[in-house]
Design a protein around this ligand. Structure first.
Ligand code: ADP
Ligand code: ASP
Ligand code: MG
Length: 412
């Protein structure tokens, strides 16, 4: 018999009917003799609703109070799910993050888990109970409620699985696995039976929100067997694997990720002298703004144009910082564009194949899509394009790399 951690996301617990369906599944699993710890998200839309309420009161809500507020969503679902389990004769107990004692640091709204006390959960499991834990939340040393960032219930689940040395951490969601790209954007996207941690980490960090990036990091670090599957239908889902077992048969590209979360800033007429990149980017990082892609163009008269991307939420602040810098260093105009999108191809197979970039650029060029910025690593290539061509670009790349029919993996 196995010890399983099962996480159910917002859509999977979106109504009381859905919560009953989850209870049915969990009770069945318990009846088969497995020990089960369940992690749940807030009902779908609830976290957004709470964030909206906070913004009705103030433009930049106090982070500590924001955490007190948004953590309430998950408290509703743990109680309802426990009730639904009791109704089925299945003994269950619900716990908030602080009751378990999921200890985090004090970075409100983006806290990191430091330690988990598994004793209480163990006692319940030993007594034959199902343990239901609120995802997304913890508590810091001083007893303040913290949350782990959007999508953070995935990370709660993986962290509990690591602490309990669970046999598997199962992430139940509204799609039946990890696909070659978001199946809501490309109809012919194909479910992957397996994907390596390395690739999943890239996919998550480049925009595939099916798993929170920290959950993947955590699972990789603590060797947690991780699977993504549907709460709406039966199936094997997708296993995240350590080994690149079939390296020889690896497709060049395993998946395509994208996001619309970034904005681009350009400062022109920058004197082309040593240290200019530092003078531009240091004030940006001093303002706690993260920079993603960077491009510097050689211009005329020893002047260059310097372009970089930041999160869209930081765009206005970055623009202000940059205007100050421009005046200071005698550069020219500061321009910006928030209507951009980043599209990335990901695959460990890229390591051993040449010409991947050419194929990517050709596919985009055939559709008349202009590439504004490029960045590469060993297993990914990202480009920034005009947001309005995003879906076209993803579809073109999906077919250029033959992802709908790759290998022997089953059609889903
Ligand atoms: P949950 O509420 O269960 O945590 P999320 O909305 O966070 O669910 O994540 C599931 C969604 O992720 C899917 O509905 C799908 O639209 C999206 N998604 C993006 N990229 C992928 C991908 N490569 N494979 C599967 N789903 C993806
Ligand atoms: N409820 C939180 C969110 O919407 C956490 C989660 O669902 O994972 O981001
Ligand atoms: Mg999620």
């Amino acid at each position: 018999m196995a010890l399983l951690v099962q996480k159910f996301g917002g859509t999977s617990v979106g109504t009381t009917e859905r919560i009953e369906a989850v209870a049915e599944r969990v009770a069945r699993c318990r009846a088969e003799g497995h020990d089960v710890v369940v992690v749940v998200s807030a009902m779908s839309g609830e976290t957004n609703r709470l964030i909206g309420l906070a913004h009705d009161i103030m433009e930049e809500p106090v982070p500590r109070e924001m955490d007190v507020l948004v953590s309430t969503g998950e408290q509703v679902t743990i109680a309802l799910l426990s009730m639904a389990l009791h109704k089925r004769g299945c003994d269950a107990r619900s716990y908030t993050g602080s009751q378990v004692r999921i200890l985090t640091d004090s970075s409100h709204t983006k806290a990191r888990i430091k330690e988990i006390d598994e004793h209480r959960m163990r006692d319940d499991l030993d007594a034959g109970r199902v343990v239901v834990v609120a995802g997304f939340q913890g508590i810091d040393e001083a007893g303040n409620i913290t949350t782990l960032g959007r999508g953070g219930s995935d990370t709660t689940a993986v962290a509990l699985a690591a602490a309990l040395k669970a046999d598997e951490c199962q992430i139940y969601t509204d799609v039946n696995g990890v696909y070659t790209t978001d199946p809501r954007v490309v109809d012919s996207a194909r479910r992957l039976e397996r994907i390596t941690f390395e690739e999943m980490l890239e996919m998550a960090s480049l925009g595939s929100k099916v798993l929170q990036i920290r959950a993947v990091e955590f699972a990789g670090k603590y060797n947690v067997p991780l699977r993504v599957l549907s709460s709406f239908e039966e199936g094997e889902g997708t296993l995240i694997t350590f080994e690149d077992e079939n390296a020889m048969e690896q497709p060049v590209v395993s998946g395509i990720a994208f996001n619309r979360d970034e904005a681009k800033l350009t400062i022109s007429g920058v004197p082309d002298t040593p240290g200019s990149a530092l003078r531009i980017l240091k004030p940006v990082s001093d303002a706690n703004i993260e920079v993603d892609m960077i491009v510097q163009n050689v211009g005329e008269d020893n002047k260059t144009a310097f372009t970089f991307t930041v999160h869209r939420n930081d765009f206005k602040r970055a623009q202000e910082v940059l205007r100050g810098t421009s005046a200071e260093i005698g550069a020219g105009e500061v321009g910006g564009d928030t209507k951009i999108a980043k599209v990335s191809i990901v695959g460990v197979g890229m390591r051993s194949h040449a010409g991947v970039a050419t194929r990517m650029f050709e596919a985009l060029s055939n559709e008349g899509i202009n590439i504004q910025m490029i960045s590469t690593s060993e297993i990914k290539i990202s480009v920034v394009i005009d947001e309005k061509y995003l879906e076209l670009a993803v579809r073109a790349l999906h077919s250029a790399f033959e992802l709908e029919s790759a290998g022997t993996q089953e059609q889903s």
